[in-house]
Design a protein. Structure first.
Length: 205
C-alpha cells in the first residue's frame, strides 16, 4: 500500500493498495507536477494524482522486481528507475497529464536496487549495481542512455549515488557498499573516464 501524509502533522491524506500484485520495496516516489510516480515489485511504473491517489497511468517495464526509487529529470521529462533485471530505464512522462510515453533501457552487468542519480549540470545519470565482490558504477547520457564510462568497484553496491558538482566539470559521486568492508567510495567523473578512492571506516565510527 502507498500512503500520503501531511508533512506538518502526519495526518493521512490517502492510501492506495497495489493493483499490479507487486509490493513496494525501496520503491520511493518522484513528484512530477501534480502527480506521484513510483515502481513496484511487478516491474510496473505507476502514476497517480498526488491529491487523492487515483491512478492516472501504468506502464510495464520488466518481468522482474524494480526495487529502486524513481528519479525525475525535469529538463527532459524523463523518469529513471533501475531493476533487478540489470536494466536502467528512462521513461517519458507528460508533466501536464501524468501519462507515460516511450521508454528505453541500458543493460548493466548486474541487477540493481540502487536509485539512479541525475546530474543536470552535465546531463548525465549515474547508476550502480552489483553482487558480492562485484559492483559497478555507470555513467550514462541522460537522454540516450548511451554509456560514457563504467567502473568496477569490486564490492556489492546497493546504495544510491549522491552527486556533488561545483561546475568545474569534475563531478564527484559517492556510494557505500553492502559488503563486510562497509567502504565509502569517492568517484571522480573526468569526462570520458573516472577514477575512485575507497575508504574503510574505522570500527569505532
Amino acid at each position: 500500500t502507498y500512503f500520503a501524509f501531511y508533512a506538518d502533522n502526519g495526518t493521512e491524506i490517502w492510501s492506495r493498495a497495489t493493483t499490479t500484485g507487486g509490493g513496494y520495496y525501496w520503491a520511493g516516489a518522484a513528484v512530477v507536477g501534480n502527480f506521484l510516480v513510483y515502481p513496484d515489485d511487478a516491474g510496473t511504473l505507476t502514476s497517480v494524482n498526488i491529491s487523492d491517489g487515483t491512478k492516472v497511468n501504468e506502464t510495464d517495464l520488466s518481468n522482474n522486481q524494480i526495487r529502486s526509487s524513481a528519479t525525475y529529470n525535469a529538463d527532459d521529462h524523463l523518469i529513471y528507475v533501475a531493476g533487478k533485471d540489470s536494466n536502467v530505464y528512462a521513461v517519458e512522462i507528460d508533466p501536464a497529464t501524468g501519462t507515460f510515453g516511450a521508454s528505453k533501457n541500458y543493460t548493466m552487468l548486474k541487477g540493481s536496487t540502487s536509485t539512479p542519480a541525475y546530474n543536470a549540470a552535465d546531463h548525465r545519470i549515474y547508476a550502480a549495481c552489483g553482487a558480492y565482490n562485484s559492483g559497478y558504477m555507470y555513467c550514462l547520457n541522460a537522454t540516450t542512455l548511451n554509456r560514457i564510462w563504467y567502473l568496477n568497484l569490486r564490492h556489492k553496491i546497493q546504495s544510491s549515488p549522491a552527486v556533488a558538482d561545483d561546475g568545474t566539470n569534475t563531478p564527484q559521486i559517492f556510494v557505500t557498499d553492502n559488503d563486510a568492508t562497509g567502504n565509502i567510495y569517492r568517484i571522480i567523473d573526468n569526462g570520458n573516464s573516472a577514477t575512485f578512492q575507497a575508504v574503510t571506516p574505522s570500527s569505532n565510527t
